[in-house]
Structure formats: structure tokens, C-alpha cells
Design a binder for this molecule. Structure first.
Ligand SMILES: [Zn+2]
Length: 236
């Protein structure tokens, strides 16, 4: 089946900066969702104190042992980069693989890149598999910025929608999305706040978006993480 079968109706993008002064954030200290104008306003996540890589150690490196063969491989790499044009269109993030290749990384842990709240965690038909989306907020030049990290093709889910989780919490395990189309790998996206109203399975190529648009609305995960390993995390 084509990925397009799973794409929900695209909601109109609202172009926003994604960063708001803390004093304009409203009720940020509530432990529960706040009712605003009759709608439930989701509780914002705690501020990130920095970001880490999603597989291997916090630096995205380190050995792993193939659960099927027992063989050990030395590290991790990105096989497909953000903005690459491949058979399904413009790639929206990074495909992380163990250096053993193939399905050697099947079942390895996938970690939250930063402190956040689980906005979605559910299974989809192959080849998407199980997908987790987290919302993160962090301080940049004294303003609060919002991002969403998406982890796709997972073999198992460890978190649930609404969970508040810490940096490096395990969210699931690497999978191939089910079926025979893919080798096991982690598809990682970091979506900017401009995509906050888009569905989890949003795929811009199917909406006529080009590479320039993708690069404007998604971070390059490794570049972003490496540039934000440590962040100020003063209380709200
Ligand atoms: Zn991918």
C-alpha cells in the first residue's frame, strides 16, 4: 500500500515563528489541561535542558548487539538525510541505522531526544509501523520555542499519549514498520512549530511541497541536536 493512503487531510498551515515570550504563555504552571474558551488547551511540556541523539548513546554512537544473531556492531549512522529526494519524495528527516546494516538493529531502543509530552503513540499499517510524536519546548534567547519530534517504523511502543517524559526516556524499539518493504531503521523528524496543526503522518511531497518548503519547516535533526546539547532550563 502507498504511504498516501494513510495521510490525513492536510490542515491549512499557520505560519508562526514558534517562539513566544514566557510572559505570553498563559497558564504554564498547571498540572492539568486548562479549559480555554470551551476548548481543552494541552498542558505545555516542561522546558528542555538540552537535546540528545535518538539511538545508541546520547551522542548517537556506541556498540549494539544484534538481537537475532548475537553479533555486535560498533556504531550508528544516518543513511538518508533531511531533504534527500528518494523514491517516496522529499525526505523529511533522518534514517538512522546500525552499522551492521539490514535488520541488525531490529529491536534496539529508541530514545526521546529531549524532555517532552507524548502527543501521539499508535500503530499504523505497514510500512509505517508504530509512530510516536513528542512536543518539546525550550528557551532560546529568553523566548519559549516549540518543536515536535517524530519516531517512525517502530517495532514496539513504550509510551502512551499524554505521558510526560524525560530526555533519553525510551519511547519504543527500532522496527521495519511491518511487511517486507523496509529494512529496520529509525525515521526521525524534527518538525518546526509551523507544522503544529499537521497530522502525525503528514508527508509534504504528497501535498506538492518542494525541497525548499521542507527545509523551511523541518530541522535537520543531527544539526539541531548537536547545536542544542545543553540549554537553559529555568523554571517557568
Ligand atoms: Zn525515513
Amino acid at each position: 500500500m502507498r504511504i498516501g493512503h494513510y495521510i490525513l487531510l492536510f490542515t491549512t498551515l499557520r505560519i508562526i515563528t514558534g517562539c513566544t515570550p514566557p510572559q505570553n504563555q498563559g497558564n504554564q504552571t498547571s498540572d492539568t489541561d486548562t479549559i480555554v474558551s470551551g476548548k481543552v488547551k494541552p498542558t505545555p511540556p516542561p522546558l528542555c535542558d538540552g537535546f540528545d541523539f535518538p539511538v545508541g548513546n546520547a551522542d548517537g554512537k556506541g556498540a549494539y548487539t544484534d538481537l537475532a544473531s548475537g553479533k555486535t556492531y560498533d556504531s550508528w549512522y544516518v543513511a538518508v538525510e533531511t531533504g534527500d529526494d528518494f523514491e517516496l519524495g522529499i525526505h523529511t528527516g533522518e534514517d538512522w541505522n546500525g552499522t551492521g546494516g539490514g535488520n541488525t538493529d531490529m529491536g534496539q531502543p529508541v530514545y526521546a531526544i529531549g524532555t517532552g509530552i507524548v502527543r501521539s503513540a499508535q500503530a499504523y499499517p505497514a510500512p509505517l509501523g508504530k509512530v510516536v510524536m513528542l512536543e518539546h519546548q525550550y528557551l532560546e534567547a529568553d523566548t519559549i520555542c516549540t518543536l515536535f519530534s517524530v519516531y517512525a517504523h517502530l517495532d514496539s511502543l513504550i509510551v502512551h499519549k499524554g505521558d510526560s517524559i524525560n530526555r533519553r526516556a525510551q519511547v519504543g524499539t527500532i522496527g521495519n514498520g511491518g511487511g517486507d518493504l523496509l529494512s529496520a531503521h529509525l525515521h526521525l523528524e524534527i518538525r518546526k512549530a509551523s507544522l503544529k496543526d499537521t497530522p502525525v503522518l503528514f508527508w509534504p511531497s504528497l501535498m506538492g511541497k518542494d525541497k525548499e518548503w521542507v527545509m523551511a519547516n523541518y530541522e535537520r535533526p543531527s544539526t539541531f541536536i548537536q547545536s542544542n546539547r545543553t540549554l537553559p532550563s529555568k523554571p517557568r
